[in-house]
Design a protein around this ligand. Sequence first.
Ligand SMILES: Nc1ncnc2c1ncn2[C@@H]1O[C@H](COP(=O)(O)OP(=O)(O)OP(=O)(O)O)[C@@H](O)[C@H]1O
Ligand SMILES: [Mg+2]
Length: 1078
Amino acid sequence: MDEGCSRIRRRVSVRKRNRPSLESLFAAPTAAELKSGDEEKEDEDEETVSGSRRRKTMDVQPVENIDSEEDMFGDYDSFAENSFLAQVDDLEQKYLQLPEHRKHATDHAIEDLCSESIKHNTLSITTVGDCTELKIDEHTKNQSGHEDVSVDPEADVLYDIPSSQVLFFENLYNSSSDLGDPSTEERDWNSSSHKTANEELPINNVEHPQQTDESSSKVRTSSDVNRRKSLKDHLKNTMTGNAKAQTPVFSRTKQLKETLLSEEINVAKKTIESSLDDLGPFYSLPSKVRDLYVQFKGIEKLYEWQHACLTLNSVQERKNLIYSLPTSGGKTLVAEILMLQELLCRRKDVLMILPYVAIVQEKISGLSSFGIELGFFVEEYAGSKGKFPPIKRREKKSLYIATIEKGHSLVNSLIETERINSLGLVVVDELHMIGEGSRGAILEMTLAKILYTSKTTQIIGMSATLNNVEDLQEFLQAEYYTSQFRPVELKEYLKIKDAIYEVDSKAENGMTFSRLLNYKYSDTLKKMDPDHLVALVTEVIPNYSCLVFCPTKKNCENVAEMICKILSKEYLKHKEKEKHEVIKNLKNISSGNLCPVLKHTIPFGVAYHHSGLTCDERKLLEEAYSAGVLCLFTCTSTLAAGVNLPARRVILRAPYVAKEFLKRNQYKQMIGRAGRAGIDSTGESILILQEKDKQQVLELISRPLENCYSQLVQEFTKGIQTLFLSLIGLKIATNLGDIYHFMSGTFFGVQQKILLKERSLWEITVESLRYLIEKGLLQKDTILTEKGLLQKGTIHGSEEEFQYSFHITKLGRASFKGTIDLAYCDSLYKDLKKGLEGLVLESLLHLIYLTTPYDMASQCHPDWMIYFRQFSQLSPAEQNVAVVVGVSENFIGKKASGQAIRKVDKNIVNRLYLSFVLYTLLKETNIWSVSEKFNMPRGYIQNLLSGAAAFSSCVLHFCEELEEFWVYRALLVELTKKLTYCVKAELIPLMEVTGVLEGRARQLYNAGYKSLMHLANANPEVLIKTIDHLSRRQAKQIVSSAKLLLHEKAEALQEEVEELLRLPSDFPGIVASSVEKA
Ligand SMILES: Nc1ncnc2c1ncn2[C@@H]1O[C@H](COP(=O)(O)OP(=O)(O)OP(=O)(O)O)[C@@H](O)[C@H]1O
Ligand SMILES: [Mg+2]
């Protein structure tokens, strides 16, 4: 727990909003070499098949259509356009379109743009005090009713908390019924008592509590309370009534807790307003927050660095901040406390950007209980969830938890609706991802837009793997805090032949001999397992968990099988019953199917984990691993960044990801999974290497982390071009001067000296604009065109040129609204146009073809025999589609017989092939049988489907902007629904609940739980009895998530009612203040 290496760097960041001198612009050399610096490829080759070049959208607002799950598992997301409670959404839409919702223009943004001000960020180091105790105060407990009500603690606390917390409580109170993760037994914080301790920080008692609502924990000062009460009471009463059987004393306990909470929030609010130094009970927050951390997360005490970071002057002054600590250092807690301060004390919305869908969902589960207890909304912007623009809440604030792409769309829609200033704080986890491909470019655009349009939004970024922080600091105008703290020691080892060496930076060649592997291998065994993997894993499993990272997906499966062939039969006995359950569950969610590899490996406690699994399978396996039923995952590198699945030992089977040698960042992320705080007491990593790679590995373990570089220009059509189109479309910057200034303030602008060798930023800006004009996406405003700006060779950067302004064309708007990758917007336009001439509507095939994602097609490799067979089975009308799009039977036949044919548009042929897959899937709705028919991994088919659903929605939005394509609109609405709900439509409302996937939804539906209301009112105990293979923990999680969702929907309706009854602020003859009073 030493924190010796903690250091704080002081930095003055200068944001250049000034126009650069024109001479200096001209002095720049020409001809470009945009060096990516670190050209990281995503995972292994197969993983990129459905990788990052896809797009998706959700609603009428521009929405990025790639979603973060993709790089991890090649998924497209479906989208929320047709989401549950459609009537609620419709009402919300109507409500949002009311005139007064558009009136709150806070126009600092554009003014800020030209501001000459230079921001000097200063940082003074505060004395690091003792760790702040996070223990429950007796007095508080009594007040909140915990102690004086005799109630089953589980029933009370678990009433409305989601999975992660439920798990915690099960561990805490009900360890006998736990599935039995051996590692959890090591949590010393778990076993230690939370009961008594004197509070170290003062509790501010309040003598005059604010008026509080009966049931929900929020501050009510508005005169609207009474008017709202009837509907609200009705809803609350119903829900409380239904819940009564489980928690008879709930309302009283809750009421007491909430009274106290309201008081504390008010005190905290006042405290923060009056003095920044005078902290509230818990970092300006109600002491309830501290109690919740003890209760839900078992965190009793902040680490020293966490306290130091939270009490930095710069943090209290709300300056932007980047902080960097090793994996497992506890970065999240700091961000969460700052988010709660923003939500509860400053009463602003907060956006948290996380890299993957799975992580967003994990976070939603973790924070939902805080939302319920503390009175704020937790809104999911990932996968098929999220609303654009977000629902305008009147009282409670919202915590939006988003993937990178959805976060960007959310920011776009907030800018478009002039609500960006409602965002008080943006937190970016894994900030180093800004240097990774198109996703990095999107993250950069998001942050640059926030910096440019909202002076009041604070930005906080964190990462474990940052090297060139200075560039990021300059971009974000941020302070930097770092420490080497890691709560669990991580020991790094290398294995060469039979010997294990410890990584030791002090040793001459970076390693010292540790031990010889103590395991006798016969000759046959040696052949089967030349790397001694079995020897290594059996030192850990089954009592502790182990991850084996493999270079490819296929390799994962092979290694899992190989290990199980060698493992002793004794392993079968460990948690035999639970493993049997896992297999049954897997079959259950896959309509009786089971992967033969998993069938063989799961009885040994082993499974593979990669993008070939369906979402349902993956979730189930992860749960089993977390519960200790499975003790070994063979996985691809994507797991390192994607899922929180820690292990006692992490083994890297080779220093490669696909065929590429490991990067330092990747290595750090992978080994970082070993030994998570509170779960393991130690962690260790073993990298297996061959003699030939030794030198490279020694460099790998000793060199610094790779720098991260802006991808904005590298990702041309998805980066700078998309950016310019949206800047002009959203009117963030519409003339050349402003656009140039915007670019100077980006991460790319900061790194231009490194990234631009022969061209200047000015030239890049002008060229990109010219390109957009040539593509017909932008137009110069006519008044200023006679000079012929943007003709090649006429760029002078003159005063006059700075004034040239642009507007978006219809095609540009369509591409922007549809978030079409600009690399494909021409093709899409042409294809749709051609479709107008002869659309075959006898089946869905032609329409499906038009909405099959281009990028997925370009990476697909058809199996020609299958292609031919599938073609032959089509009806003449269906075959006609192939002819219309330009693929003949003759061609496919020749390919199938192995003849080489040139002169064919591969994109069309491949796209048609994928359309066949989708078409078959729509007809059969069984991923497993389609997977077999086309010999494609089921996970890939699932991605293809969600990708097509997303792209179909993009195409729909594209067509909505172009009059000539009116005919497609109705067709695409239906098709999008069909693709999105390829699972049966009736399951969708259930699948809206976080954590309910198709298999589970089907079970619930069959048992009579057909809507969100059914689930929210369900009794977990009854669910367990009626639903096969549903654990108590899962049942409680489902019910509490459903309750939260229902509550949010109800609140939204309530707010709409209020809004409808309110006198419009622009009502003739009424001044604004009197309207407020009314
Ligand atoms: N003060 C604390 N006391 C005890 N446990 C803590 C504390 N702070 C954080 N933890 C726990 O430590 C674990 C790791 O924390 P966290 O996930 O924040 O790490 P991280 O720094 O974000 O690592 P990574 O870079 O791998 O994401 C979590 O289980 C968290 O609950
Ligand atoms: Mg983290």
